[in-house]
Design a protein around this ligand. Structure first.
Ligand code: MG
Length: 200
């Protein structure tokens, strides 16, 4: 991975350990040229940078979707609050991250709820990265809205998969089990990151 971009990624605000970020990069860098990488759950763009580096390497493009109002189960970071409204707003921080990483040419940010955007989305996805809301309802809704767009042979990456409830919330793990039941096969594990391939 590009060293400068990796340094910006490691310094960016977010919840992606370096080893998992590199695993995400490695998976995404292997997609076919011209392919589309889609991330659900942008937050401040930390993992977006790993995907952007991969997109550069692969000749691909990244689309990242988030309403940028944070999520109920995530730590409420008061430095991300819009003082005008008192509401969380991560969009300005995403823009800074993309600018710092100089990846605005390969990343398109979509501001909206995942299922709302998913309603009109039709483009096939070569790699889908699910890292949105981690409630059971939201995680399942994200998978339903986006999983069906992954191409045959395409990849599905899921973050924060904890098979043991003592380690973390179960929703991403339930999504993993569902995906395994619906045509995906596990390809790699790095920390809480799982990469699956569509084999049907
Ligand atoms: Mg995550």
């Amino acid at each position: 991975m590009d060293v400068a971009l990796r340094q910006v990624a490691e310094g960016a605000t977010g919840f992606m350990p370096p080893q998992e970020g590199l695993a995400l990069y490695t998976a995404a860098a292997a997609i076919p040229a011209g392919g589309l990488i889609c991330e659900v759950g942008t937050y401040c763009g930390k993992s977006t940078l790993y995907l952007a580096a991969a997109a550069r390497a692969a000749g691909a493009t990244v689309v990242t979707v988030d309403h940028h109002r944070g999520s109920e189960e995530k730590y409420h970071d008061t430095t991300l609050v819009d003082p005008r409204t008192g509401r969380l707003d991560t969009l300005p921080f995403l823009r800074r991250t993309l600018e710092q990483g100089q990846v605005e040419d390969v990343v398109t940010a979509i501001v909206g709820r995942s299922e709302q955007v998913g309603r009109w989305w039709t483009t096939p996805i070569a790699l889908l990265f699910l890292d949105g809301g981690h409630t059971e309802e939201q995680a399942q809704a994200d998978y339903e809205a986006w999983g069906r767009h992954v191409t045959s042979g395409g990849l599905l990456a899921i973050h924060d998969v904890f098979p043991d409830p003592a380690d973390g919330g179960q929703a991403p793990h339930h999504v993993l089990l569902r995906a395994l039941d619906e045509g995906f096969r596990e390809q790699s594990r790095t920390g809480s990151l799982r990469v699956l391939r569509r084999v049907d």
